[in-house]
Structure formats: C-alpha cells, structure tokens
Design a protein around this ligand. Structure first.
Ligand SMILES: Nc1nc2c(ncn2[C@@H]2O[C@H](COP(=O)(O)OP(=O)(O)OP(=O)(O)O)[C@@H](O)[C@H]2O)c(=O)[nH]1
Ligand SMILES: [Mg+2]
Length: 305
C-alpha cells in the first residue's frame, strides 16, 4: 500500500496593486464570499483570511489591501497589513492586472515585494480582457524584475487558470497542521462581515462621488433564530457628504439598505432587520482611535490620551 500523503498547510499572502482582483481571487479559491469586491480601488482595508480546505491540505489565504503610497493614517495601517502579510507567509501570490499597461504603481509594488524576498508566484489577472499575445512582453518584464517561481495567466472573475494556481500552491506548501477546523472559511467575526457587506453596497451606490471617505461601524449586532438585528452607522468626513449618501427623499440610503439586507439575509437567514444612520466623523481617516475601532488598525491599540 502506498504511504499516506503528509498533510500540507500554510499561509499564502495575496498581494498586489489596488483593484488587481485579490479579493475576487480569494473568494473564487475559497468558494465563498469572504471578502467584498467593488470596481473602486482600495476596497479591502485589512487582512482577511480565506481558508481553502482539501482532504490533504489546508491553504490559508491572506487577502490584503492594495499596495499604494499611504497619505492618511488609515492608509498607513492598510500598508502595515500588507507588510505583515509579506512577512508572515509561506508563499506569496503577487497579482497584477494584465489588462492595463505597466506603470509606476506596478514598479512600486514589485519593489515592495523585493524588500521581503518571499517565494512568490506571479498571477496575470483579467486575461478575459486582453488578447493572449499581449501577455508575453508583460511576462518577460516581470521575470526580469523578480525571480518568480511560476507565472500563471488567470481570470479570477471567470475562474480561469485557478486549478493551476491551486496545484502550484499545493506543490509549494510545507507539511503542516490543520490551522483551522475544516468547516472554517474565514477568520472574520459575523459582526465585521456584516459591516463589510454594508460597505460594499455603500461603495456600489456612491462610487463616483465618495470613493474613499466612507466607513461602516456596526453599533449593534444581535443574532436570534428568527431575526438578526443590525444597527450600523455609515461614517463620512464632512457635513456636505451626508446628503450624497442620503439622496433625494432618502432614496439612496434606502437603496443601500435594501441591497445590503438582501445579501445579509443570505448570510444570516431567515430575516435581517437593518437600521442605517449616516454620521459625520471629521477627518476620521486620520483618527487612530476611529480607525482602530473600525477594525482596520494593524497597530497594537493605543493607550487612551
Ligand atoms: N474582467 C475582469 N475583471 C476582474 C477580474 N478579477 C477581478 N475583476 C474586477 O476588478 C475589480 C476589482 O476587484 P477586487 O477583487 O475588488 O480587487 P482587489 O485587488 O481586491 O482591490 P482592492 O481591495 O481595492 O485592493 C472588480 O470590479 C472585479 O469584478 C477578472 O479576472 N476579469
Ligand atoms: Mg480587495
């Protein structure tokens, strides 16, 4: 009888520029929505674990914020999550949007990767948007910039190339324990996840006008068999941003509530009662206490002043 395969496991950081498709990829590999996805850059604000469970292996994916130059305290914290993930990993999936031409932001991202020198696989994403020959020069360019273990063209959105991604990860993972019970798909609390779902709908409804200034604070989260009650505040930075979120005759906030409730009821069946308030929190992105309270801080909590 052949010897049983040793169990393999490890932490795989998914890093890349904003909007390259990291969260889409993590959701596709996990087979469940663990991270929100929007068409707007800088959607993911912390590190989110997505666990892929297989009979002989457990892959712990770390979805991270997009690599960018941080201008606010929030963004500095976002970049700390990226750096932590580049350190605490067995393997890195470095994902690029192959449908856009190589620019300064891409150079900046590869330079950050090079600071940590991890074993890394290059994923050229969004190949559904390009003609295949256009990939070759991009692959040649990246091969010169970093010693990638493998280069794989994928479409995270259309689940193309993902079997190869999984098989390369499995080859490269070390032997290891099952870090999480096998039914686990994420490390996020239900309360945090609820806030993220609401934030996705806020961004969806306001993306032209308020891309970065909103956040969602879940004030109350009460799960009962017949009803989950969620009260949340949507933060904006200025009084003038409030009417944008609320919309004429409250139309927009109503729409956000309806979209969010519909999705929340799939996660917390059978019924969700959702109450949304809009709150002005001046310059919250530069307020360490607010950023930490929202769950985005990679710093140890700061002592009260
Ligand atoms: N056409 C196409 N679009 C994709 C693909 N993968 C992701 N997208 C889209 O790209 C946009 C960004 O996707 P996300 O998964 O949120 O990207 P991200 O890298 O997590 O972005 P941040 O969290 O902002 O850093 C969304 O509109 C996705 O639907 C793909 O393979 N093909
Ligand atoms: Mg993301």
């Amino acid at each position: 009888m052949p010897a049983a395969q040793p169990f393999k496991s490890g932490f795989v950081a998914v890093v890349g520029r904003p909007n390259s498709g990291k969260s889409t990829l993590v959701n596709a590999l996990v087979g469940a929505k663990v991270a929100i996805v929007t068409a707007v850059a800088q959607t993911t604000r912390n590190r989110i674990l997505g666990v892929v469970n297989q009979p002989e292996a457990q892959i712990v994916l770390m979805d991270t914020p997009g690599i960018h130059r941080p201008l606010h305290h929030l963004n500095q914290q976002m970049m700390r999550w990226v750096r932590e993930s580049l350190q605490d990993r067995d393997l890195v999936l470095f994902i690029v949007d192959a449908s856009t031409s190589f620019g300064k932001g891409d150079q900046f991202a590869v330079e950050l990767l090079s600071e940590y020198r991890p074993r890394a696989v290059l994923l050229l994403n969004k190949i559904d948007q390009i003609r295949k020959p256009a990939l070759l020069p991009l692959m040649a360019r990246y091969s010169k910039l970093y010693p990638f273990e493998a280069l794989i063209p994928i479409s995270a959105l259309h689940a193309e190339g993902l079997d190869e991604v999984l098989s390369v990860i499995l080859q490269m993972l070390p032997e290891g324990p099952q870090y999480f019970p096998p039914e686990t798909t994420t490390d996020q609390s239900e309360r945090f996840l609820a806030g993220e779902v609401i934030r996705e709908k806020v961004i969806h409804q306001t993306r032209e006008e308020l891309p970065y200034v909103t956040a969602v604070a879940v004030e109350q989260f009460e799960e009962r068999p017949a009803l989950t009650r969620i009260h949340a505040s949507i933060l904006v930075e200025k009084e003038s941003q409030k009417p944008i979120l609320i919309g004429a005759a409250g139309h927009r906030i109503k729409q956000i509530g309806t979209e969010a409730r519909r999705e929340l009821e799939k996660i917390f069946p059978p019924k969700v009662f959702l109450q949304l308030l809009v709150k002005v929190e001046p310059d919250w992105r530069n307020n360490p206490a607010v950023v930490a309270g929202l769950g985005y801080s990679a710093d140890p909590p700061e002592p009260p002043a």
